[in-house]
Design a protein around this ligand. Structure first.
Ligand code: GRF
Length: 207
Protein backbone atom coordinates (compact mmCIF):
# COMPACT_ATOMS: atom_id res chain seq x y z
CA UNK A 1 0.00 0.00 0.00
CA UNK A 2 1.46 3.38 -1.03
CA UNK A 3 1.02 5.91 1.77
CA UNK A 4 0.73 9.39 0.26
CA UNK A 5 0.68 12.87 1.77
CA UNK A 6 -0.80 15.65 -0.38
CA UNK A 7 0.35 19.27 0.05
CA UNK A 8 -2.04 21.99 -1.10
CA UNK A 9 -2.47 25.77 -1.08
CA UNK A 10 -5.67 26.56 -2.92
CA UNK A 11 -8.85 25.18 -4.42
CA UNK A 12 -7.70 21.56 -4.26
CA UNK A 13 -9.04 20.42 -7.62
CA UNK A 14 -5.93 18.28 -8.09
CA UNK A 15 -6.42 16.83 -4.60
CA UNK A 16 -10.03 16.10 -5.55
CA UNK A 17 -8.85 14.32 -8.71
CA UNK A 18 -6.60 12.11 -6.57
CA UNK A 19 -9.36 11.42 -4.01
CA UNK A 20 -11.80 10.48 -6.79
CA UNK A 21 -9.23 8.28 -8.54
CA UNK A 22 -8.45 6.36 -5.34
CA UNK A 23 -12.19 5.84 -4.82
CA UNK A 24 -12.90 4.63 -8.37
CA UNK A 25 -9.81 2.45 -8.64
CA UNK A 26 -7.85 4.46 -11.20
CA UNK A 27 -5.25 4.77 -8.46
CA UNK A 28 -4.61 1.32 -7.02
CA UNK A 29 -3.01 0.18 -3.80
CA UNK A 30 -2.79 3.71 -2.37
CA UNK A 31 -3.96 5.46 0.79
CA UNK A 32 -4.11 9.23 1.31
CA UNK A 33 -2.65 9.48 4.83
CA UNK A 34 -3.12 13.23 5.12
CA UNK A 35 -3.27 16.70 3.63
CA UNK A 36 -1.11 19.65 4.62
CA UNK A 37 -1.95 23.21 3.56
CA UNK A 38 0.01 26.41 4.13
CA UNK A 39 -3.22 28.37 3.66
CA UNK A 40 -5.86 28.19 6.40
CA UNK A 41 -8.61 29.25 3.96
CA UNK A 42 -7.71 26.75 1.24
CA UNK A 43 -10.87 25.02 -0.04
CA UNK A 44 -8.65 21.95 -0.41
CA UNK A 45 -8.85 21.56 3.40
CA UNK A 46 -12.64 21.33 3.14
CA UNK A 47 -12.33 18.70 0.40
CA UNK A 48 -10.10 16.63 2.70
CA UNK A 49 -12.52 17.03 5.62
CA UNK A 50 -15.50 16.02 3.43
CA UNK A 51 -13.63 12.83 2.54
CA UNK A 52 -12.54 11.95 6.06
CA UNK A 53 -8.88 12.67 5.37
CA UNK A 54 -6.71 14.05 8.18
CA UNK A 55 -5.81 17.64 7.27
CA UNK A 56 -3.63 20.25 8.95
CA UNK A 57 -2.61 23.80 8.21
CA UNK A 58 1.00 24.87 8.71
CA UNK A 59 1.48 28.47 7.64
CA UNK A 60 4.95 30.05 7.39
CA UNK A 61 3.27 33.24 8.65
CA UNK A 62 2.68 31.53 12.02
CA UNK A 63 6.40 30.93 12.62
CA UNK A 64 9.13 33.29 13.76
CA UNK A 65 11.22 32.59 10.67
CA UNK A 66 11.48 30.26 7.68
CA UNK A 67 13.89 27.89 9.43
CA UNK A 68 11.38 27.36 12.24
CA UNK A 69 8.63 26.69 9.66
CA UNK A 70 10.85 24.29 7.72
CA UNK A 71 11.59 22.29 10.87
CA UNK A 72 7.91 22.10 11.85
CA UNK A 73 6.91 21.24 8.27
CA UNK A 74 9.40 18.35 8.07
CA UNK A 75 8.38 17.10 11.52
CA UNK A 76 4.70 17.08 10.51
CA UNK A 77 5.48 15.34 7.21
CA UNK A 78 7.49 12.66 9.01
CA UNK A 79 4.54 12.00 11.34
CA UNK A 80 2.59 10.69 8.32
CA UNK A 81 5.49 8.44 7.29
CA UNK A 82 4.66 8.97 3.60
CA UNK A 83 6.06 6.77 0.85
CA UNK A 84 5.28 9.63 -1.54
CA UNK A 85 4.66 13.36 -1.06
CA UNK A 86 2.37 14.88 -3.71
CA UNK A 87 2.52 18.65 -4.29
CA UNK A 88 -0.90 19.56 -5.71
CA UNK A 89 -1.02 23.30 -6.26
CA UNK A 90 1.37 23.82 -3.33
CA UNK A 91 2.98 27.25 -3.39
CA UNK A 92 5.62 26.92 -0.67
CA UNK A 93 9.24 26.10 -1.49
CA UNK A 94 10.10 22.62 -0.25
CA UNK A 95 12.93 22.82 2.31
CA UNK A 96 16.20 21.28 1.03
CA UNK A 97 16.31 19.06 4.13
CA UNK A 98 12.92 17.60 3.11
CA UNK A 99 14.13 16.91 -0.42
CA UNK A 100 17.19 15.18 1.02
CA UNK A 101 15.00 13.14 3.40
CA UNK A 102 12.66 12.08 0.55
CA UNK A 103 14.87 11.69 -2.56
CA UNK A 104 12.73 11.00 -5.66
CA UNK A 105 9.72 10.62 -3.35
CA UNK A 106 8.20 14.06 -3.92
CA UNK A 107 6.22 14.79 -7.11
CA UNK A 108 4.73 18.04 -8.36
CA UNK A 109 2.12 18.90 -10.98
CA UNK A 110 3.06 21.95 -13.03
CA UNK A 111 0.60 23.51 -15.50
CA UNK A 112 2.91 23.73 -18.53
CA UNK A 113 5.09 21.48 -20.68
CA UNK A 114 8.36 21.85 -18.76
CA UNK A 115 10.89 23.36 -19.60
CA UNK A 116 8.51 26.00 -20.97
CA UNK A 117 6.92 28.53 -18.63
CA UNK A 118 8.33 27.15 -15.39
CA UNK A 119 10.73 28.14 -12.64
CA UNK A 120 10.59 31.03 -10.21
CA UNK A 121 7.49 33.19 -10.62
CA UNK A 122 5.64 30.73 -12.89
CA UNK A 123 2.64 29.47 -10.92
CA UNK A 124 -1.15 29.51 -11.20
CA UNK A 125 -2.54 31.91 -13.81
CA UNK A 126 0.90 33.45 -14.47
CA UNK A 127 1.89 30.28 -16.35
CA UNK A 128 -1.06 30.60 -18.73
CA UNK A 129 -0.61 34.37 -19.12
CA UNK A 130 2.97 33.71 -20.27
CA UNK A 131 1.89 30.95 -22.68
CA UNK A 132 -0.73 33.24 -24.28
CA UNK A 133 1.72 36.16 -24.39
CA UNK A 134 4.25 33.97 -26.23
CA UNK A 135 1.57 32.77 -28.61
CA UNK A 136 2.23 29.03 -28.23
CA UNK A 137 -0.29 26.78 -30.01
CA UNK A 138 0.18 23.89 -27.61
CA UNK A 139 0.68 23.89 -23.87
CA UNK A 140 -0.14 21.25 -21.24
CA UNK A 141 0.95 19.91 -17.88
CA UNK A 142 3.89 18.03 -16.39
CA UNK A 143 4.34 15.74 -13.41
CA UNK A 144 7.94 15.77 -12.26
CA UNK A 145 10.00 14.66 -9.30
CA UNK A 146 11.06 17.51 -7.03
CA UNK A 147 14.74 18.25 -6.64
CA UNK A 148 16.41 21.29 -5.07
CA UNK A 149 15.68 23.45 -8.09
CA UNK A 150 12.34 24.99 -9.10
CA UNK A 151 10.46 22.72 -11.54
CA UNK A 152 13.82 21.16 -12.53
CA UNK A 153 13.50 17.55 -11.34
CA UNK A 154 13.10 14.44 -13.54
CA UNK A 155 9.99 14.60 -15.73
CA UNK A 156 7.63 11.66 -15.21
CA UNK A 157 4.54 12.41 -17.34
CA UNK A 158 3.42 15.16 -19.70
CA UNK A 159 0.18 15.78 -21.61
CA UNK A 160 -0.43 18.43 -24.27
CA UNK A 161 -3.45 20.72 -24.59
CA UNK A 162 -4.23 22.86 -27.66
CA UNK A 163 -4.49 26.60 -27.12
CA UNK A 164 -7.72 28.04 -28.61
CA UNK A 165 -7.64 31.41 -30.44
CA UNK A 166 -10.12 32.95 -27.98
CA UNK A 167 -8.48 31.59 -24.85
CA UNK A 168 -8.07 33.77 -21.80
CA UNK A 169 -5.64 32.78 -19.02
CA UNK A 170 -8.63 31.53 -17.02
CA UNK A 171 -10.15 29.45 -19.82
CA UNK A 172 -6.75 27.97 -20.66
CA UNK A 173 -6.03 27.15 -16.99
CA UNK A 174 -9.37 25.39 -16.70
CA UNK A 175 -8.78 23.28 -19.82
CA UNK A 176 -5.21 22.40 -18.79
CA UNK A 177 -6.55 21.25 -15.42
CA UNK A 178 -9.43 19.25 -16.95
CA UNK A 179 -7.57 17.73 -19.90
CA UNK A 180 -4.12 17.30 -18.39
CA UNK A 181 -3.53 17.87 -14.66
CA UNK A 182 -6.46 15.90 -13.32
CA UNK A 183 -5.48 12.98 -15.60
CA UNK A 184 -1.71 13.04 -15.15
CA UNK A 185 -1.49 13.30 -11.36
CA UNK A 186 -3.63 10.22 -10.64
CA UNK A 187 -1.81 8.31 -13.40
CA UNK A 188 1.59 9.21 -11.94
CA UNK A 189 0.57 8.07 -8.44
CA UNK A 190 -0.85 4.79 -9.79
CA UNK A 191 2.39 4.07 -11.70
CA UNK A 192 4.48 4.77 -8.59
CA UNK A 193 2.15 2.64 -6.43
CA UNK A 194 2.62 -0.19 -8.92
CA UNK A 195 6.39 0.09 -8.56
CA UNK A 196 6.75 0.91 -12.26
CA UNK A 197 8.78 4.12 -11.89
CA UNK A 198 12.49 4.47 -11.34
CA UNK A 199 14.83 7.46 -11.65
CA UNK A 200 17.94 6.42 -13.56
CA UNK A 201 20.74 8.92 -14.28
CA UNK A 202 18.39 11.81 -13.52
CA UNK A 203 15.65 10.58 -15.84
CA UNK A 204 12.32 9.07 -14.77
CA UNK A 205 11.86 5.64 -16.36
CA UNK A 206 8.47 3.90 -16.57
CA UNK A 207 8.67 0.14 -16.81
C1 GRF B 1 -3.63 25.45 -10.55
O1 GRF B 1 -3.14 26.59 -11.25
C2 GRF B 1 -2.90 24.25 -11.02
O2 GRF B 1 -2.59 24.41 -12.38
C3 GRF B 1 -1.64 24.26 -10.24
O3 GRF B 1 -2.00 24.80 -8.97
C4 GRF B 1 -3.20 25.60 -9.12
C5 GRF B 1 -4.27 25.22 -8.14
O4 GRF B 1 -4.57 23.90 -8.28
N1 GRF B 1 -1.08 22.94 -10.14
P1 GRF B 1 -5.63 23.18 -7.27
O5 GRF B 1 -7.02 23.47 -7.79
O6 GRF B 1 -5.44 23.80 -5.88
O7 GRF B 1 -5.29 21.74 -7.32
Amino acid sequence: MLNILVCVSGGGTNLQAVIDAVKDGRIRNTRIAGVISNNRSAYALKRAEENGIDAVCLSPKEFSDREAFNRAFLEKVNEYAPDLIVLAGFLVNIPPEMIRAYPNRIINIHPSLIPSFCGTGYYGLKVHEAALARGVKVTGATVHFVDEGTDTGPILLQKSVDVQPDDTPKSLQQRVMEEAEWILLPKAIDLIAAGRVEVVDGKAVIR
